[in-house]
Structures are given as C-alpha cells and as structure tokens.
Design a protein around this ligand. Structure first.
Ligand code: SF4
Length: 909
C-alpha cells in the first residue's frame, strides 16, 4: 500500500482533530487553522471542513477531489464512512478515528493508480499533466504514481461514442391489451415466486385501459389512480406500458417530479430489459437540455476560458465526460458534491443554459450528449422524463410524433409543474437574457457566447430578406436592458424603455408591499397602477412590438429557406436553421406573452390570470425586478397543450386526492376536469399497517415564536430518537437559527446534524449522507417534504416545526378566493401534511413517529393522516418519552379513535 506521511485534518460539529504519526488528537480552532495554513493536510470536503472550522478559506488535499479524478462517474457517499465503505475499509467509530482513517483512504485510492485493472485509466495521465500546470494540490502525488502511457492518449472528444441517425419511427399500431396480459407481464417483472400483491395487480389491469385506442379526438383515455405507498405502483404501470410499447411499436413517456423517482425508474429498467445493451436502446432517461454537459462549452473551458479553481473543476468534469453514462450533470452520474467542492464555480457554465447551441455547426455535434439523448428517445419503448420537460415539449410541439402515451407519476405535482411551465415573467433578468441571445457579447468576454447573427451568418449571407429581418431584430433588441441594468434602475437612471419600466415597477413595489417582508422578496398586486407605471408600460410595449415583428419575420424567412432547400443548405446549415427556428418560436412566444401582460397595465384585469409586480431580494440585496403572470388555474393550459393531444394518460400518486374522499380534487388538480370525456378512477389503499407502526404527536407547549424553545424541542426529540430524524421547516431563517443552536450539542452525543441552506452541499447529497448514517438527522424545507425516499432505519422520526400554511402571496390570495377560502387552504395543508407523513413509512417493517411542534394545529387538518393512525396532543416531555419508547416498539400506548388526549393535553374539536 502507498505510504503517505501527510497529516490529516477532520472537523465536525463536535470538534477538530489533527492526525499525524502519533495518531489523532483534538485541537483548537486556532491551532488547526495555523497548521493547515503551514502544511497541506489531508481532508475530506474542504468547504464543509472550512465551515466547521469557521474558516472558509481552508484548503488542502481533498480526498473527494482525488476520488473524482480516479473514479469519475462512480457513486460514493462523500463522508469518511462512505469512502471507507467504498474502499473496503472499516468505518470509523468516532471523529478521532475518522481523522486517523484519512491517510488510509488516501493510500487506498492512490494504490488504484498503479493497478493494471484500473478501469478509468485512459486519459488520466494527460489530465494530471494539465492539472499539475493548474496547481491542483494532488497533481504531484498522483504524477509520481501514474504510469506514463507508451503512446499519446486519445483526446477526450475522440473517445466519446458517436450517435447514429436512424429513420423516423412509423406511428404505433392500434392495439388493445387483452384481459390478464398486463398482470402476466407484471408477474414476469416481479419474478417467479414473489408474493402476488392484489392492489398492484389491479392497478396494472386498470392502467391497461389507458393504452387502448381512444374513441374521440381531444379526449385521451385518462386514468387517475391513487395508489397508497407500498402498492408497488411503478411496476404496476410499467407492466402495461412496456407491453404496449413492445406490441404497438410506440413510445410511452413516464414522467416524474423528483430526480429520486427518476433514478428509481431507471433502475427498474433492469427488470424490463435485463440485457444492458438492449436496455440502453429501449429505455432512455431524458431531461431538459440545461442538465447536460455541452461539449463545446467544456472544450472552451479546457482551452483556457476557465481559470484558477474553475479550471481544475473543468478538468475533473472532463475526466467524468469520458466515463459518464449519459452526460447528465444534474442528478445523473456526476457526483452532486463535486461542483460544491469548487463552490459551484463554473459548473453551470458547462451546460447549454442560454440556448446558444450551434447544432450541426458544432464540431462535437455527432458526440453531443443532448443530441444523443434526443435521438435515443425517438426510438425508445420507455422515456423516463420529468413533468417540466414533458409539458415544455408538448407546449412547444418539438417532439416528432408528439407525446401520445404518458404516465405521470407523482401526479399530485402536476398543478405546480404546470403553474411554472405556463408562467410569464417579464423581468430584468429575463429580458437581458433575450438581448444577449440576439445580440451576443457586447464587450470583450472570453468564451464562445455568440449572438443570433453569428449563429446564422451563412444563412443570412445568402438570403437578403433573412438578413434584413435579423438586422431589424438586432436593432430592436438594443431597447432591452443591458449589462449593469439593475444598478441603473436602483439609482433611478435607467437606459431605454424596458429599464424605465423596471424602475417604475420597483417604485410601485417599494411603495405598496408589506413592510414586514423587509430584506426578502417583495410583491404587490398589479392593480391601480400610477401614471408613471402606465406610461412606462406603454413605451415598453411599443419596444417589444418593434422586436417581435422582425423576430417573426426572421422565423418565417427561415421556414421558407428550409422549404425551398437551396443548394447551399447542406445538412449542417439545415440543422442550424432548425435550431434557430425552434429558438425563435419559443422566444418570440415569450415576447408576445410579455406584450399581453403589459397591455393589461392600466386596463381591465383578465380573470384567467393573476398578475403582480415583484422585487426579488435576498438578505436586502436586490436581484431582479419585474411583472409576473400566472394562470389562475394552470391545469387549463395543461389540459389543452398536454392532455388533449395525447391518446392515453395515467396520472398516479399516493396522495392524488389530497386526503379527500371524492375525486373532485384529483380531477381539478390534474386538468381532467377540463377534458371532454370522463376519466377512469382507480384506488388501492396502502398495504401498510400505519396504525401499528406510526403515530402522530401534536406538541402543545412549545410557544410559537420562541426560538430557544423550538431549538430545545428539536434537540431533545432528536436525542430521544437517537438521530434518524427529518426536521421540516417553513422558513429558512428559523431552520438556520435552530441548527446554530443545536448542531454542536448533538454532535457531542455522536448525533450528526445535516442541514439544507446551511451545509455547503447539494440537497441530493445531503439525503444520501442522511440515508447512509442511521445516527444522522437532516433539517430542510419544502424540497425535503416529498423529495426524500429513505426507507428503513435511517428515518424514524419526522418533526414539523409548524403547520405548513401557504405563504400569503398575491397568487395565493387569488387562488384562495377562487377555491373556497379557508377550505382551499385546508386542502393545501392537508396535502402537505400527507406528503410529509409519507416520508416515514416507505416499506414493510418501517416504523416511526410524526411530530408537529404547534399547538395551533387545527383538528380538522388531522384527517390528512392515514386512517387508524393514532393522533395525540401531548406536552413536549410526553412526546419525548413516546419517541424514546418508540425506539423499542410503536405506538407507545394503545388508544382507540383517531384523536386522543395526552396526559395533560387538550382535545380540540
Ligand atoms: S451540439 Fe450544441 S449542446 Fe451539443 S456540444 Fe455542440 S454546442 Fe453544445
């Protein structure tokens, strides 16, 4: 094994340890910082170590960077125990042992460099030579251990597989799955000898109906299915979906809201198509293009447009690019923790966020991950995607053959996904982005950012009308905000009509928004605008119309060029023109929507929409300002753009009806209510015995607003449960305040506390760390309420600090008014409570307690929990006793009825 005589530094909330030849020893903060500044220390996750030390600048030999270099696309939990498990070392018993283990981890990793069986060797020598020039801390040590290849290594880009063009798929056959076929396929998927689950079989049979030929135009076969946790709903719908795809020769899109479920579905693919090569062809994961690595951007970064630490990150991402399954940088096989090690410098600039793709004009077009994923999806049986991508693709009509068969899992999120997809935002940030897309860089800037004229240069040199329209668009785009717009708006010295508009919007928001929101986002209704705002809106509208005309003319001209197909239009130019048309359609549509929003300033409101003015701020710093528009009911455009054109749709969730008895809520929240036909309904309750395995405690004596008491309650509950706690907050500030008060104290009892918005780690990685350590607890906000799937021991207590009432925004007020007032709020809260409770019992044998630290929780909301679950109002001491007792067996005591009185609690009606 490699011998390393380097010291190691480990810091947690419990303390700081240095480890040298004489073993580990606890040290003070000052000494640790001084030592780490003198000599590079081995450490694991420098930003996190720096945060624990209270010295963010700490640097050293980060083992995670070494891991990312050696095993670029391999999953590992980024903790000492996680790396130890991956490398076959024993997990450390405590923090001192963790410090002592760092050199052994380094030695194990460095040994790989000399191993002939090292699978990711190709490219490593060349990459390390560049990293050495960039000053990467590990480069010297790695360079001593890595063999110089006999021949020069192939360039990264030539090592990537090329995609193949294939003929367009014929339309799917019109078939109907016969009785029992879906169940037979399900048996095949679940495997011989597995226990038959009746709910799952019934769901598979019900889902078959959605794949039958539809009887009426604009009326898909729609199944709304509420399938309780534990039914096995993914295989239940994958059975008929995969069978239909095979028999009909068509594609089924399976759409999720969370990345966790997308990953799970991808893994289930092994059951459907066991052969890996075949599976790659038939089951494809698709995400929005902004998730994928753009090779042209990477090439730019590798060739010098990135410097310092960002350049090191680009090299490590270059290593990953050669080994990744699909080039997905967000939730794919790029470790989520890698960009955070570099404080996120540069990672997003490597994706195609701004729509600057030059398509076939790109030297890497035939190897492009995005193009490959798009092509693969065209011939796949199953495409695993997300709600946003499905809606955007359907709305923009960009998929050949359309989206005819769709399964929406996590269907309770359709409303929110549609709400964002069909939103209109006319803000400084949005409009400057359009300016850049049209004009390109306006001052010396590195990188390859190019405007529309550079992207369409060859087309316009042949086509005069196109050139004239392009010139008109560029001229008109000068009316949009330019660099430095926000500073000018704040100082009251705007340039041009759009900046003037944002100045007037900002003035109105500051004058009218509620003062208690100081420091954070402000908003006010778009009502009774003053004269300054009305005239600014009129001038801005005129400017947008002047832009919209040449953009539309250019698009039409490009479409004509494609149709005429002149001699000079080779394959590369055609692809570029097609890309420009798609961009112009989308952005032209946005300009039209902005115009409609502006036309309403000073006029009568449109009852279909909710409009407001907003000023985005974080801790007093202004970020953006503009006008916002949402559909009052976003399921209307959802039904029109996505559901009506489809032939068969399944919408499923464990909580589709939001705890209500009837199907009205589900039909209203999914768009089914706007369709001509009636949907099928299916319901299968969870097979779990919630009453025996879970209980709900409403704590009656933690005073709202008393942060010290709240923190104390969290600490005591986490200690009673021995970790394994998910703490959910409705406000980031309170989360931070509670974390600051209790993290050290819990760490001393070996109960690590992780926290969203505090730890410099992405949420997905935090959940991985939480899942891997049964003693760990995790604090978080909304995203964790239903994005966390942690079955088993690691999650046994959920603590909500407050009832998750909706925030009183302009949008909420409008929907509340339209949706029945407080009944609307109740529905929202009950759905949230049901989702949060759903984190607790994920599989057979899970047990746990759900605690709400708010005596003000109305009893009418408590029906959100599964039937039979015991709900008690108890003081904190008793809750702690019950949580402690639950570690041995749940529930703490036998009670009848849904809600019972604790020893000193009060029953509320
Ligand atoms: S084709 Fe477009 S997205 Fe793909 S690598 Fe080239 S520029 Fe990037």
């Amino acid at each position: 094994m490699s011998q390393l005589s380097l010291p190691a530094l480990h810091a947690s909330h419990a303390g700081i340890w240095l480890s040298g030849p004489n073993g580990p020893r606890p040290v003070g903060r000052g000494e640790a910082i001084a030592r780490a500044s003198e000599t590079p220390h081995l450490l694991l996750n420098a930003p996190l170590t720096g945060q624990r030390l209270g010295y963010p600048e700490v640097s050293g030999l980060d083992l995670l960077e070494l891991f990312a270099f050696i095993h670029p696309a391999r999953f590992v939990v980024p903790t000492v125990a996680g790396l130890a498990a991956d490398l076959g070392l024993e997990a450390p018993a405590d923090d001192a042992a963790a410090a002592a283990l760092l050199p052994a981890i380094a030695a194990r990793l460095l040994d790989v460099l000399g191993d002939d069986a090292w699978a990711e060797r190709e490219g490593a020598w060349t990459s390390n030579a560049t990293l050495q020039r960039l000053g990467w801390a590990w480069a010297g040590i790695v360079g001593q251990r890595i063999r110089r290849p006999e021949r020069a290594e192939r360039m990264l880009f030539s090592r990537l597989e090329q995609w193949e063009e294939s003929a367009e798929r014929p339309p799917p056959g019109l078939i109907r799955l016969g009785d029992g076929e879906a169940e037979a396929r399900l048996d095949l998927l679940t495997g011989a000898g597995s226990e038959q689950r009746q709910g799952q079989r019934a769901f598979a049979a019900a889902a078959s109906q959605a794949f039958a030929p539809r009887d009426r135009r604009d009326a898909p076969n729609l199944l709304l299915a509420e399938a309780g946790t534990g039914i096995g709903k993914t295989l239940a719908y994958l059975a008929p979906a995969s069978l239909w795809a095979e028999k009909a020769g068509g594609t089924v899109w399976v759409s999720t809201y969370t990345k966790a479920l997308q990953r799970q579905l991808d893994a289930e693919g092994r059951r459907i198509v066991p052969d890996a090569t075949e599976r790659k062809r038939r089951i494809v994961v698709r995400k929005g293009r902004e998730n994928y690595l753009c090779l042209l951007n990477l090439e730019d970064a590798l060739q010098g447009s990135f410097s310092g630490r960002a350049a090191v990150l680009a090299q490590l991402i270059g290593r990953w690019a050669a080994y990744t399954k699909d080039g997905d940088m967000v939730g794919g096989d790029l470790p989520g923790w890698l960009p955070s090690l570099f404080r996120r410098a540069g990672a997003t600039a490597l994706t195609d966020r701004r729509g600057e793709c030059v398509y076939a004009g790109c030297p890497h077009y035939r190897r492009c991950f995005i193009e490959r994923a798009e092509r693969a999806a065209r011939g796949a049986d199953l495409v695993i995607a997300n709600h946003a991508l499905v809606m955007v693709s359907a709305a923009r009509g960009r998929l050949a053959g359309g989206l005819e068969r769709i399964v929406f899992d996590e269907g309770h999120h359709l409303f929110d996904a549609a709400d964002s997809t069909f939103a209109v935002a006319l803000s400084g940030a949005e409009t400057i982005e359009l300016r850049r897309w049209i004009i390109g860089p306006e001052r010396a800037s590195r990188g390859r950012r190019r405007g529309l004229s550079a992207r369409l240069m060859d087309v316009c040199s042949y086509d005069d009308q196109g050139a004239a329209a392009l010139e008109g668009a560029i001229q008109a785009a000068h009316a949009l905000p330019a660099d430095g717009w926000l500073g000018r708006v704040v100082e009251g010295a705007p340039w041009g009509p759009l900046e003037s508009l944002f100045g007037a919007v900002r003035g109105t928001v500051l004058a009218r928004a509620r003062a208690e929101d100081a420091g954070y986002g402000l908003e006010t209704e778009l009502a009774e605008p003053d004269g300054a705002l009305v005239s600014a809106a009129a001038a801005a509208l005129e400017a947008l119309e002047s832009l919209q005309r040449p953009l539309a003319a250019l698009r039409m001209r490009l479409e004509a060029v494609l149709e005429e197909a002149p001699d000079w239009l080779d394959g590369a130019a055609r692809a570029r023109v097609e890309g420009a048309i798609a961009g112009l359609t989308w952005r032209g549509g946005a300009v039209v929507a902005w115009g409609q929003l502006l036309a309403r300033v000073g006029g009568a409101p449109d009852p279909d929409f909710v409009d407001w003015l907003n000023l985005d701020r974080v801790e007093g710093r202004e970020l953006d300002v503009g006008l916002q528009r949402r559909w009052l009911d976003p399921t209307r455009p959802l039904a029109k753009a996505v559901l009506e054109p489809a032939h068969g749709v399944v919408v499923t969730s464990a909580t589709l009806r939001g705890g209500e008895e009837g199907w009205d809520v589900a039909e209203n929240r999914t768009g089914a209510a706007h369709l001509a036909g009636s949907p099928f309904h299916f319901h299968a309750p969870s097979p779990f015995d919630y009453a025996a395995n879970a209980e709900v405690l409403v704590v009656t004596d933690v005073r709202q607003g008393d942060l010290a008491a709240l923190a104390n309650a969290y600490a005591r509950l986490i200690a009673a449960a021995n970790g394994g706690t998910l703490g959910l907050f409705t406000a980031v500030q309170r989360l931070k305040a509670v974390h600051a008060r209790i993290a050290d104290r819990l760490a001393r009892d070996r109960l690590p506390l992780l926290a969203q918005h505090v730890d410099p780690i992405d949420t997905g990685t935090l959940v991985d760390m939480f899942r891997a350590d049964p003693a760990a607890s995790l604090l978080g906000t909304d995203a964790l309420r239903d994005g966390v799937d942690v079955p088993g021991e690691s999650l046994r207590l959920v603590v909500m600090e407050r009832v998750p009432w909706p925030r009183p925004t302009v949008l909420h007020a409008a929907r509340r008014l339209a949706g029945g007032g407080s009944a609307y709020d109740d529905r929202v809260v009950k759905a949230r409570l049901a989702q949060a409770f759903g984190r607790l019992i994920r599989r057979q044998g899970d047990r746990g307690t759900f605690v709400i630290l708010s005596a003000a929780c109305p009893s009418r909301l408590l029906t959100a929990f599964p039937e039979g679950v015991q709900v008690s109002r108890v003081p904190l001491d008793e809750a702690i006793g019950r949580v402690g007792a639950a570690q041995g067996g749940l529930p703490g005591a036998a009670h009848g009825g849904r809600e019972v009185e604790g020893t000193s609690g009060t029953l509320r009606s």
